[in-house]
Design a protein around this ligand. Structure first.
Ligand SMILES: Nc1nc2c(ncn2[C@@H]2O[C@H](COP(=O)(O)OP(=O)(O)OP(=O)(O)O)[C@@H](O)[C@H]2O)c(=O)[nH]1
Length: 340
């Protein structure tokens, strides 16, 4: 891809990256972090789940990557967000860190409005930062199912400045046209971009300064009031497991096939990094609804403890049952796991 140059405004631009579970936010984030654009990005990642998997899937460079895992950014951890941003500001002023732009990846269940609101309500932050745009990644395959009866997915689309209709490879042209129509009715002002694996020209999403408070107030007249009545669908929960003993690949595959077949509808998102007996690479495991994939990632490092970490986000999750099934995947013969 071509290198691009972006002019440097006085306030630090903030991009808020939203999109329902599994839509492709981390894919886009990695693109932003790997493509040359002469800007140093401070990234704040918020995950819904007790174990942070995303930070392990984000490409590492010399960027500041700050995690917020103890709740959803739009509810319980807004205080943390303010603290992180203030600390970043002070560190920058003391010359300890340097960054030109902030990017916040919210959880798939976050309402972006209160996140954007933070930059108007907090005096220091409003002096230092300016919301550049809210980018919402849309999973073209699953969004229809998420939109029906799901407030978060609707709010993310309604509040966006840019909508990336991602995963175009998984839908027909006809389905995509229908989706474009439905989404443009929900948010006619947003720019829409179709993409596969979030392959887009970054100039179309960064430094565009499209965030407009007046328009946000039209969508949500209470946008600038200091309260937040966002309620998450309380049928949706997350469970996370960590296991130090290596797992058996065949058992994991059998378990996943069973889950996809029997629980796929309710499994909104599941992902993890697995330690598999006899395999020297970390197995990166990703799924949403009936789609799941597992592939070898980087090799385990010599001094790294080999762990399997797995997060499920879904409706009606039975933690006890999932835990039993997970434990059943532990390899019988741990001796065969030692590295060569
Ligand atoms: N087929 C297809 N898969 C995609 C595309 N974009 C992303 N994916 C896959 O979709 C899965 C989810 O992508 P992520 O980028 O992790 O999505 P996310 O929105 O960050 O997910 P959460 O943080 O869990 O909400 C991964 O397995 C990606 O490889 C696409 O355009 N087409």
């Amino acid at each position: 891809m071509n290198a691009m140059t972006l002019s440097k405004p006085a306030k630090i631009p903030v991009t808020i990256l939203t999109g329902y579970l599994g839509a492709g936010k981390t894919t886009l984030l990695n693109r932003i972090l790997t493509e040359k654009h002469n800007q140093k990005v401070a990234v704040i990642v918020n995950e819904f789940g007790e174990v942070g998997i995303d930070n392990q899937l984000v490409v590492s460079g010399d960027e500041e990557i700050l995690e917020m895992n103890n709740g959803c950014i739009c509810c319980t951890v807004r205080g943390d967000l303010i603290r992180i941003l203030r600390t970043l500001t002070f560190s920058m002023e003391e010359g300890k860190v340097k960054f030109d732009r902030v990017l916040i990846e919210t959880t798939g269940l976050a309402d972006p409005a209160p996140v954007a609101q933070t930059f108007f309500m907090d005096e220091l932050l409003s002096q230092k930062f300016q919301v550049d745009s809210i980018i919402t990644v849309v999973d073209s395959k699953h969004v229809t199912r998420h939109l029906d009866g799901n407030d978060e997915a609707q709010e993310q689309i309604a509040f966006a400045d840019v909508l990336i209709l991602n995963k175009t490879d998984l839908v027909s042209e006809d389905e995509l046209n229908k989706l474009e129509k439905r989404i443009s009715k929900m948010n006619p002002a947003a720019k829409r971009i179709q993409a596969r694996n979030c392959e887009i020209n970054l100039n179309t999403i960064l430094g565009i300064n499209t965030f407009d408070v007046t328009r946000k107030l039209e969508i949500d007249p209470h946008f600038l009031e200091d309260h937040h009545d966002h309620e998450h669908d309380d049928r949706v929960s997350s469970v996370a497991f960590i296991e130090t003993k290596p797992l058996d690949l065949i058992k994991v595959e059998q378990w996943m096939s069973y889950l996809v077949r029997e629980k796929g509808e309710d499994l909104l998102r599941y992902k993890g990094i697995l330690s598999i007996r006899g395999i020297d690479e970390r197995i990166v495991f990703q799924g949403l609804h009936m789609l799941f994939s597992g592939h070898p990632g980087r090799k385990w490092k010599e001094n790294e403890s080999r762990l399997s970490e797995l997060v499920f986000i879904g409706k009606n999750l039975d933690k006890g049952e999932l835990e039993r099934q997970f434990k059943d995947c532990i390899a019988n013969d741990p001796v065969a796991t030692t590295t060569k």
